[in-house]
Design a protein around this ligand. Structure first.
Ligand code: KIV
Ligand code: ZN
Length: 501
């Protein structure tokens, strides 16, 4: 079998999705899970972008042992030095350089001539070579670049020492046949291409990111850039789970090709990324959506009971979709809780473990049976939380038919309780307005969703929302058996991110 290298950029391009920002603790938790999933390379961030980004990449580089760890850099010396320094302690460090090559970018972004671009690319790879052995080079906007110029840039980058050449469809403009010819043409026209691995990086602006990536693989690309749940800039990136499962399921088309992904970890990874970024997975999302393996029509149900393959092309167990297991109840102790977390693959420090246990007990008092998914929601609330500036002391809300809902809320900041009350269009709106009064924040609610984590009347509800303040979007999440409390917790989570920033 020939291997397709999976280059996961959830923590870099994925995190560039508006509102998806993650703390370094959350990034590390995702990195551990990506390692468990078996991705070959984790693009952990853009180290020059901010001290936080640098710290997150460098922490991931130190902790991750199996996957390679990569940092992104523009073709500028300070970027390259920061990226190389951040990944230095990784078992397999890589620096990913990018430089735009399309006419549009040259003219409007750089105001530079082609020869200058080639010189910059050469110089950057040369500089990088002294700092990191493994260099990937991306001619940004490759799919809209002049072919001959593109070949020359690639050739120059390989000559200087780049061992992977990534072809980005930066604006998601291409389509499968075009990508197939582009990759074939690069293989046929770049004289030294044999010395490098060809990679593909597709965006989903026209909904073709996965199809384009697979087409590139068929044309000879041997590394694919992708993200969990397809999150990323604008319409997102090619989704890892779809690419991996397409290659696995359609071995007739992808003959002799395989990835080293442990597909049983796909579902868990998808939920972790969704919960930490606040990007809810649509129910009809391929491979990981709630409905991806459920059969509604009677005819389908009947056939599936007779033989699953009538309407199922993948075994749900192969991607880790299993019945959520009944695991703990209100009499379960800290030991059982800790053990369960370990089995589920969470890494909590003592402080977060204690907080999660307290929350588990609160939930267990209200909910008889606690399932894996409940525990996941509780723990992810802890991982997600930034050090809260504001915490919820108590709230109450009165609402009913023909009554204007009225919420009363008490929050704590630096040891001081502050209360407020407000009416609103509904109980949730009243609570949010009461919080706004305390915090004196002028934020716009952009998105609000509620989902049941497990089934049953006492199910844990998970709220996720996005708040916009001065062009910046912040995600917030919260869970509780009381859906209004879940919403309040989610609102405070976002508020704390805004206030900490
Ligand atoms: O989409 C893009 O072009 C990128 C580059 C940095 C590779 O993300
Ligand atoms: Zn991208």
């Amino acid at each position: 079998m020939e291997k397709i290298i999976i280059f996961d950029t959830t923590l870099r391009d994925g995190e560039q999705a508006p509102g998806a920002s993650l703390t370094s603790t959350q990034k590390l938790e995702i990195a551990y899970q990506l390692e468990k999933l078996g991705v070959d390379i984790i693009e952990a961030g853009f180290p020059i972008a901010s001290p936080d980004d640098f710290a997150a990449v460098s922490q991931i580089a130190k902790k991750i042992k199996k996957s390679g760890v990569c940092g992104l850099a523009r073709c500028l010396k300070p970027d390259i030095e920061a990226a190389a320094k951040a990944v230095k302690h990784a078992k397999h460090p890589r620096v990913h350089l990018f430089l735009a090559t399309s006419k549009i970018h040259l003219q409007y972004k750089f105001r530079k001539a082609e020869e200058e671009i080639i010189a910059i690319a050469k110089n950057a790879v040369r500089t990088c070579r002294n700092l990191c052995d493994d260099i990937e080079f991306s001619p940004e906007d490759a799919t809209r670049s002049d072919r001959d110029f593109l070949y020359r840039v690639i050739e120059a980058a390989i000559n200087e020492g780049a061992s992977t050449i990534n072809i980005p469809d930066t604006v998601g403009y291409s389509y499968p046949q075009e990508i197939y010819s582009l990759i074939s043409d690069i293989s046929n026209h770049v004289s030294n291409i044999e010395e490098a691995t060809i990679a593909i990086h597709c965006h989903d602006d026209l909904g073709m990111a996965v199809a384009n990536s697979l087409s590139a693989v068929l044309a000879g690309a041997r590394q694919v850039h992708c993200t969990i749940n397809g999150i990323g800039e604008r319409a997102g990136n090619a989704s890892l789970e779809e690419i991996v499962m397409a290659i696995k399921t359609r071995q007739d088309a992808f003959r002799g090709l395989s990835t080293q992904i442990n597909t049983k970890e796909i579902f868990r990874t998808s939920r972790l990324v969704s919960n930490l970024t606040g990007f809810v997975v649509p129910p009809n999302k391929a491979v990981v959506g709630r409905n991806a393996f459920s059969h509604e029509s009677g005819i389908h149900q009947d056939a599936v009971l007779k033989n699953k393959t009538t309407y199922e092309i993948m075994d749900p167990k192969a991607v880790g979709v299993a019945q959520s297991m009944l695991v703990l109840g209100k009499h379960s102790g800290r030991h059982a809780f800790r053990d369960r977390l370990k089995t589920m693959g969470f890494h909590l420090d003592e402080e977060k473990l204690n907080k999660a246990f307290v929350r588990f007990k609160e939930v267990a008092d209200r909910k008889k049976d606690i399932y894996d998914d409940d525990i996941r929601a509780i723990v992810e609330d802890q991982i997600r939380q930034v050090k809260p500036l504001w915490s919820l002391m108590n709230f109450s809300v009165a609402s009913g038919t023909g009554e204007k809902p009225l919420a009363k809320i008490t929050l704590k900041k630096k040891g001081k309780d502050i209360s407020s009350q407000s009416s609103g269009d509904g109980p949730v709106d009243a609570c949010f307005k009461a919080i706004d009064k305390v915090i004196k924040l002028n934020a716009k609610l952009e998105d609000f969703r509620l989902e049941a984590v497990t089934s049953g009347k006492d199910a844990l509800g998970h709220a996720s929302l996005r708040l916009k303040v001065k062009d910046q979007t912040y995600g917030g999440h919260g869970s509780s058996t009381d859906i209004i409390e879940a919403a309040v917790r989610a609102y405070l989570d976002a508020v704390n991110k805004i206030e900490t920033k």
